[in-house]
Design a protein around this ligand. Structure first.
Ligand code: DAH
Length: 337
């Protein structure tokens, strides 16, 4: 009996590669080392071998056995390690989804306010946060030395206003200077809203911040009435707070509008108990002096204007009681909206 050791060795190696389970391993063992196994048969053939062949057959049989043993050890180790991974990680479980970001509540509120007015035909325009005294005050009928200017405490910059010697630039204290800029650049009819940041040197507490957001509105045409102002703002409040909202127009004073009013909404309807009426915005009919400062011909136009705080609107709508929550970037707060 002669054996082709090279061929047997190649066959053993190829079959060992395919061993993937403990059962495969046992089949492999029986095939080569079992009672009727091939390597067992090689050993058995030694008895009938010619004396001259014995040494070669003996060595070949021993080498084959060592090969089978070492391949079995290696495959057993591999099967074991795969089993450990299988026990540790259940790859059939769904993975952890990455957290998705979303727009900040203030951005959402600003977008909601803007889109309500856009659907009513207004266009949205942004104007600069760094302003001149003229646009922030004088052009809005707030004279430099008038006491009403105290109501609009303001951050001034060190930089001189290039358009007015000796006067400094400032951070706008409201979005109303947007009215002046728009009227200087465009002729009526116009219907514009100006959303953006405003700044006031207020001490920070639950209802004050040195920076907050406003939305300004301005509509100018040849015939505009206070009725239209009321209708517009009533419809806005219904869309923003819901159809049940109850509001009132309370007479007020603003230098840039005449007559002027503040709008309050009934807090009980919103489920806020603190007070019966909460102020949400200022409004009025554009003061003719504002048209004059913008260079519009005297007596030709009428306009309505309004301005509201975005934080305030969001606080009332969502029952938030501290303005600082908007700026702290605490995900526990932000993720609720
Ligand atoms: N600018 C005012 C403020 O910041 C709000 C305001 C009131 C704007 C009446 C207006 C208006 O356009 O007509 O308090």
């Amino acid at each position: 009996m002669t054996w082709n050791f090279l061929e047997i060795e190649a066959q053993i190696k190829a079959e060992a590669q395919a061993i993937g389970t403990a059962q495969d391993l046992e089949t492999f063992r029986l095939k080569y080392l079992g009672k009727k196994g091939l390597v067992t048969a090689v050993f058995a053939s030694l008895g009938q071998a010619a004396p001259a062949d014995k040494a070669a057959i003996g060595k070949g049989a021993n080498d084959l056995k060592k090969l089978v043993d070492s391949l079995m050890t290696e495959r057993a180790g591999w099967i074991n390690s795969v089993k450990k991974i299988d026990e540790r990680v259940d790859i059939s479980l769904p993975g952890t989804a990455p957290a998705l970001g979303h727009a900040h509540l203030l951005t959402q509120t600003l977008q909601e306010i803007t889109s309500i007015f856009e659907r009513m035909g207004f266009v949205s325009a942004e104007t600069p946060e760094i302003e001149t005294e003229f646009n922030n005050f004088t052009g809005l009928n707030i004279p430099i030395d008038h006491p009403s200017r105290d109501a609009f405490d303001t951050f001034y910059l060190d930089t001189e206003d290039p358009s007015s010697r000796g006067r400094r630039l400032l951070l706008r204290s409201h979005t109303s200077p947007g009215q002046v800029r728009i009227m200087k650049a465009h002729r009526p009819p116009l219907a514009v809203i100006v959303p953006g940041r405003v700044y006031r040197p207020d001490a920070v507490d639950a209802s004050h911040s040195f920076m907050f957001h406003q939305v300004e509105g301005l509509l100018v045409d040849e015939k505009v009435s206070f009725c239209e102002l009321k209708g517009l703002l009533t419809e806005f409040c219904r869309r923003f707070f819901g159809p049940k909202v109850i509001m009132r127009f309370r007479p007020h004073f603003f230098p840039f509008t005449e007559p002027s009013a503040e709008v309050d909404i009934n807090a009980e309807i919103l489920g806020i108990q603190r007070k019966k009426w909460l102020e949400i915005l200022g409004c009025g009919m554009v003061n003719p002096r504002v048209f004059e400062a913008a260079g519009y011909p005297k007596g030709q136009y009428k306009g309505l204007a309004f301005g509201m705080g975005v934080e305030r609107m969001a606080m009332l709508k969502y029952g938030i009681n501290d303005i600082r929550l908007f700026y702290e970037n605490d995900a526990r707060f932000l993720s609720q909206f």
